[in-house]
Design a protein around this ligand. Structure first.
Ligand code: C2E
Ligand code: MG
Ligand code: MG
Length: 729
């Protein structure tokens, strides 16, 4: 089929239809026209003219005015209504000086007239002229149709913005893209801008203005809003058209609907960057985001953390329940992780809530699936390691609830490794690698737990041995010492006890905090003799304080999981209490939630034996949420120590404040005392007192310090009840 655009602009031998009831006149006209190169067809009446027109599609019609039956005016009007009739020139043949006929001829929509008697030369000129004009118009019409067709196929419209009148002409396809097909839609530039999506209007207006003022090329992608609210994405290109004097007169351009292309692109991106099972970002996208976070953190001096999660024994579930259920489990795990991440906006320092400068990502978290049963979480702009720990604990708690699969309850735990930028790596790859190492250690230390990366994890066998040797020697060389931090009763403001915190006085490194060596001591088993030394030392110190008049002062000692699991724990404690002659009520053993959750039966049995001995028992770092109320009820505890991470934000974070109040209420109903750790400010203190906390500990009262300098402080507060602490509380 011949397309519109391929048609020749004009016919080399145009066909003329001559209509007259007078055969002589027809012959005369035929002679003139054939001389002028036309082919002639004749008709003797109006009716015959209509039939011939429909059959032969002449290029021009010569039509006598007066004919029997249908006259020329009627025939002209009827021809105009036939297909193609509106585009064919019709010349009316009138009598000489017949003014009325000429007027009527134009009224009947004739193109021109010729007077009888016919003048051959004039007629030939006139007919050729009309044919030429008509073929130009026809060609224009065809190219317009071609353009419209091309625009429709390319979803592209064109527009012209007259800078003087502000008139805006938009082509048919352009209006269709906007969902406003009516011809008078968007007749001004302002009206056109109104069709732009509200969020993009500034962008588009600026782009148009810049094109005019700087005479640059317009090229902008943005959204358009149809009257029905439908959103299309368009690409606009344009440039300035200048007048004869070289001044910008108009902006001309194109608008193309790229919605489908964008969607296809998005779909491709989705396939490339997302995991199809869970819809989460995949490893590729995660690496990208992590690298971006690292760059931002570097530029603005923030901390960022990456948490690497690996489900414990997932393979077993997959093998037992089948891959389909395994997939479902992964989907449900991903749903739970999403909620943990969504809540993670409670991490970070209060002042980090300020709006971030342009180009800087907000403090945010993102979750990804790296493949298999491995997930990862990125935390941007955290205040410190406790923020990451908080999210890790939230995850452990959230996964602790059973999953319902195939009619049965399935329990899933996860091991989490955490690496923090810039402490644990300066690049995305380094962080992921170190988080992986930490995750491996979390698996090693019994699963269902989280572990921060530490350099010792990467230490070669030789280096590790050196650390271990040094640790061993440290005990022999008496390089360990204890610092004590006061515990304050909020009601009276008095110091009622101290927590013993071990330090390593390293000959080269100085005072090493426990976070840096306790885990190695645990892994190597050194924690057993070290723990015993701490107990011995702390009990002896407490007894010494009692001797100098500080009767009843309690000492809290942290127990490690390894110590707690030892069969002879009860024996060791009894021996030490006897040797130091300390009242068991003055020894407080601090245990952590994860220790107590390990083996339900033997744990509560051990605790009961300790209770029978008379020592106090505290649950340290509480607030992680994975100790259930019913479980706590079965444990013979005296005190719950609310973890420092909750106290830190309690005055600014509603969620933390609510958790603290709930812990206090719950503890009191179980007849437990509540101690808040890590109080640093007066506001935190005020909040915790109002919340009903019984005891507190933190830098606000005193940092941990050696026994000797602490003795005088204890004496002033306990004996004279007059001190900075008393007045502060
Ligand atoms: P923990 O039992 O939760 O001890 C409290 C920690 O919080 C101490 O850190 C203390 O210095 C710190 N702290 C107290 N008040 C504040 C405060 O207001 N702000 C801040 N930012 N921190 C505060 P430390 O001494 O570094 O001990 C860290 C952890 O090491 C302890 O946490 C405990 O789990 C462990 N640890 C310490 N000594 C021993 C020990 O003898 N045996 C065992 N097994 N673990 C120990
Ligand atoms: Mg403690
Ligand atoms: Mg603690």
């Amino acid at each position: 089929m011949m397309s519109l655009c391929d048609m020749p602009p004009s016919n080399p031998h145009p066909l003329a239809l001559v209509v007259d009831d007078d055969a002589r006149l027809r012959l005369l006209a035929r002679t003139f026209l054939e001389q002028a190169g036309l082919v002639v067809e004749e008709a003797a009446s109006g009716e015959a003219a209509l039939a011939a027109f429909e059959q032969r599609h002449p290029d021009i019609v010569l039509l006598d005015v007066t004919m029997p039956g249908m006259d020329g005016f009627e025939a002209c009007a009827a021809l105009r209504r036939l297909p193609g009739g509106d585009r064919t020139p019709i010349v009316m043949l009138t009598g000489p000086d017949d003014g009325e006929s000429i007027t009527r001829a134009y009224e009947a929509d004739a193109t021109d007239f010729a007077q009888k008697p016919l003048n051959g030369a004039i007629l030939a000129h006139r007919v050729r002229y009309l044919l030429r004009v008509n073929s130009t118009v026809e060609a224009l019409r065809k190219s317009e149709a071609c353009l419209a067709n091309a625009q429709r196929i390319a979803h592209m419209g064109n527009w012209e913005w007259n800078l003087t009148t502000q008139a805006f002409h938009l082509s048919e396809e352009g209006r269709r893209i906007l969902g406003r097909p009516e011809p008078d839609a968007c007749i001004t530039h302002a009206a056109y801008l109104q069709c732009v999506h509200p969020d993009d209007q500034r962008l588009v207006k600026d782009a148009f203005d810049a094109t005019v003022t700087q005479q640059t090329r317009l090229s902008v992608d943005h959204r358009m809003c149809g009257p029905d609210g439908a959103i299309r994405i368009v690409h606009q290109e344009g440039e300035v058209a200048c007048d004869a004097a070289g001044r910008p007169a108009a902006l001309v351009g194109t608008i193309q609907d790229i919605t489908e292309r964008k969607r296809a692109q998005e779909h491709l991106d989705f396939l490339a960057y997302y995991d199809s099972l869970t819809g989460l970002p995949n490893r590729l996208l995660y690496r990208d985001r992590l690298a971006q976070a690292v760059a931002d953190a570097q530029r603005h001096g923030h901390l960022a953390a990456t948490l690497l999660l690996d489900l414990d024994r997932f393979k077993l579930i997959n093998d037992t329940l089948g891959h389909q259920q395994g997939d479902r489990l992964l989907q449900e795990v991903s749903d739970r992780l999403k909620t943990c991440v969504r809540n993670s906006d409670s991490v970070g320092r209060p002042h980090d809530n300020r709006p971030s400068p342009a180009g800087v990502r907000d403090r945010s978290a993102s979750l990804a699936r790296l493949g298999g049963d491995e997930f990862t979480i990125l935390l941007n702009r955290i205040a410190g390691a406790p923020d990451a720990a908080k999210v890790a604990r939230r995850i452990l708690a959230s996964l602790a609830k059973p999953f319902h699969l195939d009619g049965q309850d399935v329990f899933v735990t996860v091991s989490i490794g955490i690496a923090i930028f810039p402490l644990d790596g300066e690049s995305a790859d380094q962080l992921l690698k170190n988080a992986d190492t930490a995750m491996y250690h979390a698996k090693q230390s019994g699963r269902n737990t989280y572990q921060f990366y530490s350099q010792s994890m990467n230490a070669s066998a030789g280096e590790r041995l050196a650390i271990e040797n040094r640790l061993h020697k440290a005990l022999d060389r008496e390089e360990f010492l204890l610092h004590y931090q006061p515990l304050v009763a909020l009601e009276t403001g008095r110091i009622i006890g101290v927590e013993a915190l071990v330090r390593w006085q390293h000959p080269e490194l100085g005072l090493v905090p426990p976070m840096q060596f306790i885990s190695i001591a645990e892994e190597t088993g050194l924690i057993i003799p070290l723990g015993e030394w701490v107990l011995q030392q702390a009990c002896a110190q407490a007894r010494a304080w009692h001797e100098v008049g500080l009767a009843g002062l309690r000492v809290a000692v942290n127990l490690s999981a390894r110590q707690f699991q030892r069969q002879n724990l009860l024996h060791v404690i009894t021996r030490i209490l006897l040797a130091t002659d300390l009242n068991p009520r003055c020894l407080d053993l601090e245990l952590t939630e994860s220790m107590m959750m390990q083996d339900g039966e033997s744990t509560s049995a051990t605790l009961r034996e300790l209770q029978a001995l008379g020592v106090r028992l505290s649950m340290d770092d509480f607030g992680t949420g994975y100790s259930s109320l019913s479980y706590l009820r079965r444990l013979p505890l005296d005190t719950l120590k609310i973890d420092r991470s909750f106290v830190k934000d309690c005055t600014v974070n509603q969620e933390d404040a609510t958790i603290i109040k709930a812990i206090v209420a719950m503890s009191h109903s179980l007849k437990l005392k509540v101690l808040a750790e890590g109080i640093e400010t007066e506001d935190q203190l005020a909040f915790l007192r109002a919340a009903g906390c019984d005891e507190a500990q933190g830098y606000y009262f005193s940092k941990p310090m050696a026994a000797e300098p602490l003795t005088s402080l204890l004496k002033t507060t306990m004996l004279e009840r007059r001190s900075s602490i008393t007045t502060a509380v």
